[in-house]
Design a protein around this ligand. Sequence first.
Ligand code: MN
Length: 286
Amino acid sequence: MELLYTYETLKLEFPMTEIEKADFVILGIPFDGTTSYKPGTRFGPTLIRQATLNLESYILDYDIDLAEVRIADVGDLAIVAGNPVETIKRGIKTIEEIRKLNPKAIPIVLGGEHSMTYAPVKALMPKSYIVFDAHLDLREQYEENPWNHACVARRISELGIEIAEFGIRSGTKEEVKYTKERGIHWVHARHYSFERFKEIVRELPDPIYISIDIDVFDLSMVPSTGTPEAGGLGFWEVVEALEWLVRNKEVVGFDIMEVAGMELGDVTALTAAKLLFYLMGMISMR
Ligand SMILES: [Mn+2]
């Protein structure tokens, strides 16, 4: 079985299965055409896969071995360099193809810059979008481009999807105004708490799509990302929130975006890989 716009890349270490039999289907979107500060998200999917070689497939806290979980990896999307609109179209088509082959599998997108999150969200059309991010990403346009990475949450809100953002510490006055007009929930990294997270997410309608912009973590953990920001969340804070979320809500897909390393063994990719393993582990335990 071949998907129209994908090609194979580096494999994960443990046995993989076909799309039809999988509980999770991984798709890389190696696009960095609108990156405004640190380049390199085009290498993100490869670096995350490579970083998994450093990890045990057994997850201590869950007593789950990912080598026994049915995971498919369809490789990377053939992107159109510099063209987010065409690349997103290919992304939507590819996720739809995956859904046709296996409607029950959870798609996982590895980025790639955050603009690409629009593709799985449009294909899956959840009722709610929960994002861990340093940035509001609610600009009408940025650098004259409405499909810039800084606009992705805005485009998603225009689909009529409810939005909650956690770990935020960067945005504009206009973006904050927009959150008030549209009833978008957001919690500053400085005021983040597990209690606050549960309070907001409990009220959101299912199904839910989860997006992790790797820059939600403190930049000391994730220096290689498009737009690093000081003062982020810690690894276990995010894991704790996600565990509660997958236990209590219906999750239809997730992504890990904005890993922008330039060399193997990058700590940012190692953080992303660890989180990828935790997410697959916690969802497998449901
Ligand atoms: Mn961000």
